[in-house]
Design a protein around this ligand. Structure first.
Ligand code: ZN
Length: 491
């Protein structure tokens, strides 16, 4: 069990030794996607960062319950209080059941995550499936005296809360800053103060996603789903809450306020935030013309892209930066990641072909410990990768006869490299995956066709023989005739 794992806790602004509430078990909640649009580049960083943590904790022997929600009730990205529900709007315009839209994008998100080799969480609760829990949570805040009703909507009383607790403790704000930075109410709002946020919103007549509640027919405020669902599946107190830095305020700040108001204390003990991806130094956004979906990225079909980038190139690119550093996306950076990944995978391939000697001239026992030390230091994946590269160099030296490795050390090196490259970093050998994931099926099929071709040739059926060869060539399989039969390779 890793007892030395140190994580940077946003709440305390320092690195802390990770000690779970229950020994050997970890409860982790990460804010998941809003499913009213295609999965895009911005989704990759939180997904890969928390997948890395999930994989590492599991590899270290923890039983992890990883909860990542699906926001399908539909909200504006930064302000759940105003404006029309996005899924509802799309559904209304296209005459679709809102759940049809949400389901479509959820499926696309899942497919993209599979491509990125992001493990599926332990539980993936949908906001729409937890309306009752959210209403219950609003009632607890209400009973504690931190909510008020106005025209059928329920708002969180930030001013009152801030008298008893500190509203803004996660993002390092205080209410005075927030007041200065919030625009004045226009008189149309039901809120007492502009900084109050909705716990429950009464639905306007054109709003199609709506549920009954004690206050009105309506829908929960955006921040409510994470409080209610983390509490349901992880308990009133749990270990880790993660998400992108962009969610720190107001979303996570409001989650903390809701939990503290309802339960008397903050529920998450370690708050982890990944930094954002920029594109050529700019924020990604539709208005900047640099909004890139994962499909465009994998196919190379966006104007900004000089070529397609494979899912593993993207994953490796994300892992090459520490999760709290900024990460700038550019063709040059992606091409460098592609080369680096190729070098790493070739090293693993060479390792598989090494021949053992009687003795070792190298010490393989240091590799696992060095990688763990880096990961234990707030998930320092770039250091892990640089250690693996050092070993690729040693592997190449062994292959060239400049170093030797014993049979026992070779087995140990293979298992440690596999553990880090595939299990913990979650990389996949895409080249051999096509050739070998494919090859298991492809090999017998190609052999069968080529044996049919041999029969055809023996029968002087040149048309069939040529057709088989040409069709195989067309799908990238090169056939070489030999005196005693045939040989073939995937180009
Ligand atoms: Zn959330």
């Amino acid at each position: 069990m890793a007892t030395k794992l140190v994580l940077y806790n946003t709440l305390t602004r320092r690195k802390e030794l990770f000690e779970p509430l229950n020994e050997g078990r970890v409860g982790m909640y990460v804010c998941g996607p809003t499913v009213y649009g295609d999965p895009h580049l911005g989704h990759t960083r939180p997904a890969v960062t928390f997948d890395l943590l999930f994989r590492y904790l599991k590899a270290e022997g923890y039983k992890v319950r990883y909860v990542r929600n699906i926001t399908d009730v539909g909200h504006l990205e930064h302000d759940a209080d105003e404006g029309e529900d996005k899924i509802a709007k799309k559904a209304r315009l296209e005459q679709l059941e809102p759940m049809e839209v949400a389901h479509y994008y959820t499926e696309r998100y899942h497919r993209a995550m599979d491509e990125l080799n992001v493990l599926t969480p332990s539980i993936e609760p949908h906001a729409s499936g937890h309306i009752i829990e959210q209403i219950e949570f609003v009632k607890r805040i209400w009973d504690a005296g931190y909510a008020y009703e106005s025209n059928g909507s329920v708002y969180f009383d930030v001013e009152k809360y801030n008298k008893d607790y500190h509203y803004g403790k996660l993002s390092g704000r205080n209410l005075d800053d927030i007041v200065t930075n919030t625009r004045e109410l226009d008189g149309q709002s039901d809120k007492r103060h502009s900084f109050d946020f909705a716990l429950w919103k009464k639905a306007s007549p054109e709003h199609i996603m709506r549920w009954p509640s004690p206050w009105s027919e309506g829908f929960p405020g955006w921040h409510m789903e994470c409080s209610a669902m983390s509490c349901k599946y992880l308990g009133e107190q749990f270990d880790i809450h993660g998400g992108g830095m962009d969610l720190m305020f107001p979303h996570h700040e409001c989650e903390i306020a809701q939990a503290t108001a309802a339960l008397g204390r903050d529920s998450a003990r370690y708050w982890l935030h990944n930094n954002m991806i920029t594109i050529d130094g700019k924020k990604m956004g539709k208005s900047y013309g640099n909004f890139i979906t994962l499909e465009e990225l994998f196919n190379g079909t966006h104007d900004k892209l000089e070529q397609p980038y494979s899912p593993m190139t993207i994953r490796f690119f994300v892992l090459q930066a520490h999760y709290r550093s900024t990460l700038d996306f550019s063709n040059a950076a992606l091409q460098a990641a592609e080369k680096g990944l190729d070098r790493l995978m070739k090293g693993v391939e060479t390792l598989g072909k090494l021949k053992p000697s009687a003795t070792s001239s190298i010490d393989v026992s240091t590799l696992d410990g060095a990688c763990r030390e880096a990961m234990d230091d707030d998930l320092n994946s770039p250091i892990v990768i640089s250690i693996l590269f050092d070993w690729v160099r040693i592997i190449n030296q062994i292959a060239e006869g400049q170093q030797t490795i014993s049979a026992e050390d070779l087995e140990s090196l293979k298992s440690v490299m596999n553990r880090w490259v595939f299990d913990i970093l979650g990389l996949r050998d895409e080249k051999s995956a096509t050739a070998s994931g494919g090859k298991d099926m492809v090999t017998p099929l190609v052999n069968m066709l080529l044996e049919m071709r041999m029969t055809a040739k023996a029968n002087k059926d040149w048309a069939t023989s040529d057709k088989i060869r040409d069709e195989l060539t067309a799908i990238g399989i090169r056939v070489k005739d030999r005196k005693d039969g045939f040989d073939w390779e995937i180009e």
